[in-house]
Design a protein around this ligand. Sequence first.
Ligand SMILES: *[C@@H]1O[C@H](CO)[C@@H](O)[C@H](O)[C@H]1NC(C)=O
Ligand SMILES: *[C@@H]1O[C@H](CO)[C@@H](O)[C@H](O)[C@H]1NC(C)=O
Length: 645
Amino acid sequence: MAFKIGPLLLLLTVLFSFQTAHSQLISNFDSCTALNDYYIGVVEPLVGPNGLTSSNAYTNTRSPPRKNGKFYPKRPGGPAGLPFRRILRDPKRVKFNNITEGIDTDTEDEDADGPVAGTDFSTTNVQVRGVDEPDIIKTDGKRVFTITGTTFSHVRVLDDGASGRRVGRLELPTYPEEMLIQGDYILVIGTVYEYKRPVYVRYKTDPSSGESATVVYQINVSRPEPRLVSTLYLEGRYVKSREVEGVARLVLSFNPLDSIWLYYPAGNWLPTYRLEQNGGVQTGVYATCGEVYYSPKVFSGFNLLTVVTLPVGGKLTPGSSATVMSDAETIYATKSAMYVTTSEFRFGDLSDDNVRWGANYRTSIHKFGLSDDGASYIASGAVTGSVINQFAMHEYQGTFYIATTDGASWWSNRDLTESKVTAFEPNEKTKTLKKVGEVGNLGLGERIFSVRYIRDTAYIVTFREVDPLYVLDLSNPKKLKVLGELKIPGFSSYLHPVAPGRILGVGQDATNTGMLLGAKVSLFDVSDKKNPKELSVWSLRGSYSNAEWDHRAFLYWKQQGVAVMPISVYTGSRTFTGAVVLEISDTRIKERGRVTHNIERSYTPNIRRNAIIGRTNLWSMSDEILQVNDINTLKKVKAQVKITS
Ligand SMILES: *[C@@H]1O[C@H](CO)[C@@H](O)[C@H](O)[C@H]1NC(C)=O
Ligand SMILES: *[C@@H]1O[C@H](CO)[C@@H](O)[C@H](O)[C@H]1NC(C)=O
């Protein structure tokens, strides 16, 4: 009956069951057979005359399983009418190496007289202190490492930061994305497109071409010439990573359908890895069946989201981690917890322009606990609306806060949008994130552009035509309150605390009707939370800054009270490409000057990052060079170091 009515009924089933989806206990499978049966129960109805192709698999990925229903077609298709394979041996559980092994724990003592982060040199502009984020440049004050194109460069800092020289480089086989560092070891992370999964279940036809996978290059930088120690391939899409005290956590999203594109859904549903080291190869799975968590009531797609733990300087055998059957989009991490969100977009149910999307557009939240032994799954929850980025999330004294914008389709009826902050507390027994408080009605008809939390206070910018900056009190999670609101033209898409009671907003200036004018930096006085004020503004017509959408491009050097960010002017003939240095006092913003990369090329490369090394030297990075300027005068170029191949 059900299969005849087809998609419509499935849709209705989803709608009805959706309401209860996240209040359900999330179970894990006790064996691989159970996981296999579950997947096959879901997949069988989706197999068409041409087998399991992306068109019939993906459009129905949110459909509930119909285990007791009839299959469509009755016998699975495929070129040879091959039967489904249900037999799957439980792969050996990967024993997790003690992650402290191989890490030089004496580094800090050794460096007792060496440069100090935050005093002598700057580090990546991270959201949570002590939780490092991956980037394209990393420094320890004595060395600078960069990735541009496929080139990894090791630059030695000379003359107390006034100069530098490239002492080694390594050409990587593929384009990397970003890197993490601990002592003499670096993990460079990227994507490869030629991964061949180790075959656990024999395919009738060998998948000849490779598929995309995450790659981690582990590089030893204890000598000038960087050396590749090992290469780790992890099946799945790289979402993001974090690093705390030498332990890296990579969030991966694996869609098993990518690896079983063949005409029948036989195969191992688990993500595999391949570790190459010293000429040897080790393969395995990095998630195990017994650790896959899913919602028994509602099928949430084929994707497996896994938090993989890797020691930056140790053996890269992926520590086994908890896995949740879900996609993954945005991550937020503290030293002991990681939250991964994904949007649950019920397309097809959102046609009515005059209804707030509400439950049809939700964000799922999965919480993982982080320990030296790896990651463990703790709980899940959901909230209506969407999340702008990692800064929308916060954990404070065990409570999790998330800012979301709920609404109707932005293009049809924008008046229905509104934003809110929701507080959750985990219940480890039921594995749910329980909503304990909420404050809404922020920015009706607008959407969130930026969020920053400082302990028990949230600062939220929404925008449509003007920019309201809201100040929220989170001190009682059950009674979240809006304390103050400030309306100004333009918006901030990144907020950076610069001093007690002072926040800098980086964004765009706009007319009163919301037309964008150019990059803008505002200094906000939030010392009176009920009455936030804009004290000073710097803006530049027809310009934008990468810092508006990538916080790692923004640098605030506390020692001098200066902010540095890339800037590009795109109007008329007065074009400029480089970085601007702003002096931030207690009451005003003043431009100190700008730097640009003049190289013997027909173009001026964009400055992508800025760093301070040796207290008073500004190091700016483009895809071509590292350039050193005196942060005080900015005029003279002290050094240029090539970082390309
Ligand atoms: C890991 O190694 C460190 C240092 O050798 C040791 O102190 C710690 O107890 C070990 N942890 C486990 C779980 O074996
Ligand atoms: C890294 O290089 C140093 C210096 O050559 C060497 O002593 C060390 O064993 C290397 N580490 C690894 C994991 O290869």
